[in-house]
Ligand binder design. Structure first.
Ligand code: TYD
Length: 137
């Protein structure tokens, strides 16, 4: 999976239940997201100029959702890169293992929700870009 490509990542349209009192987006294991969710975390109070990410994961699958506001995610697979702008709470970006990502351009009040397939494990991170590129050769 370390040789995954950015074409293995994709935007996923999530369900949206509209009620008169507001909208609901449910996310169910295997149904709305193609992995078993083991961990949920979210980024908030993010200064506009923050650069987040700057790493790849060896095994972790993630679904990233802009539940409030907007931000950009650049994906890089050692060969090609692609930039997504996330700004809809009913749309998630699936990031498979082995993909380098940078997050930036956060709007005020932006909240980045991440659904993850594994517990937090620092050993699952590749934080050095040269090490990452060498792992792709
Ligand atoms: P990191 O994943 O590098 O943040 P980002 O990709 O959003 O820039 O994590 C930043 C810090 O937070 C790092 O010291 C580890 C800690 N952390 C946890 O303790 N648990 C977690 O589930 C996550 C995602 C991070």
């Amino acid at each position: 999976m370390i040789n995954s490509r950015i074409t293995d990542c994709k935007l996923i349209d999530l369900p949206k239940v509209k009620t008169e009192a507001g909208d609901i987006t449910p996310i169910n294991n295997h149904l709305d997201v193609p992995f078993e969710i083991k961990r949920v975390y979210y980024l908030y109070d993010i200064p506009n100029r923050s650069d987040r990410g700057g790493h790849a994961h060896k095994e972790l699958h993630q679904l990233v959702v802009a539940v409030s506001g907007s931000f950009d995610i650049e994906l890089f697979d050692g060969y090609d890169s692609v930039r997504y702008t996330l700004n809809q709470p009913d749309q998630g970006l699936l990031i498979v293992p082995g993909i380098w990502r940078n997050l930036n351009n956060f709007s005020g009040g932006g909240i980045c929700l991440v659904l993850a397939s594994q517990d937090y494990d620092e050993n699952d991170y590749i934080r050095n870009l040269v090490d990452y590129q060498n792992s792709k050769i």
